[in-house]
Design a protein around this ligand. Sequence first.
Ligand code: NDP
Ligand code: OXD
Length: 309
Amino acid sequence: MSILIVSPGKNLDRWVEALKEADPSVPVYLPEQVKDPADIKFALAWNHPSGFFNHFKNLGGISSFGAGVDHLVKDPQIPDRVTITRIIDPLLSGDMAEFALAVVLKHMRRLTRYCRYQAENQWKKHSYLRVKNVSIGIMGTGMIGHHVANYLLNTGFRVSGWSRTQGKEAAYGKYYGKEQLNDFLKGCNILICLLPLTNATHGIINKHLLRKLPLGAHVINLGRGAHVLDGDLIQCIDEGHISSAHLDVFDPEPLPEDHPFWEHPKIDVTPHVASLTDPRSVAGQVMENYHRLQAGEPLINTVSRDRGY
Ligand code: NDP
Ligand code: OXD
């Protein structure tokens, strides 16, 4: 039995190498190398074409390349017998925390403006915000969001988090459920979205939510593009309620060349790079799930298809 890696358009050499290094005895194939589909037991996938997995009759599990599984959960053709798993990796959470801090400081110290001024040979000064005076709210305090919240708290920010359920106690202020969303939003000078994309979170960052943030709030989306209603965000920035935004994720990706986000003076765009999965750091957990499947044992890092994350 073997592992299949599928991610159209991506160079998969590092993934193949990392998996082979993790266990040289397990054959690893790309789609064009598969001779007998019945040989595939486990797959590693990112943005596979819908229906792609239909003819792998011995497939028992599919792992996402990353933390998010929206690309797998949305495919109704993945049979129920197939367990969906995802990546949980301290490196992924650590990289995300560093990216979040960089973006927060960029906003506080007005760095985007100074880049623009340099391009125009302009010597112009602005006031700035100090860490101890800034309150950051994290939507989604799961594996990554919880780490980001603690990291920002340890840097000296006031931090709160919002999740679906109450969960464990934390060092930062916790809010949960729809009932506590407004109270959470009231206290956020900076809002960071680290939610998974599900039916319940699709379009959650809309004008109704944005208007509940304090005047001049800054919005950072690191979750998925479809969390944001693009037109609503632009409207709230142009009306002045939201000061600015940093967006790392989009719907669709790549962000189309003619999308208004590219040219908007108060929106910064990065191409889904907040935290990139390192194949060598996660090959072990993928291999472990392959061996668990072979041994008929329960898999690790599983996802609830009903919940969507
Ligand atoms: P987890 O599944 O560990 O955490 C999800 C969190 O979101 C949990 O706290 C959960 O609440 C909360 N949540 C889910 N649904 C709702 C809801 N309806 N209302 C309120 N809270 C909700 O995910 P990760 O932390 O591992 O990853 C989060 C997301 O980050 C990924 O799904 C992906 O989209 C994105 N990501 C982006 C990257 C980038 O480079 N931009 C890189 C990696 C990830 P509860 O605790 O109650 O279950
Ligand atoms: C992920 C991502 O989900 O890269 O890991 O967005």
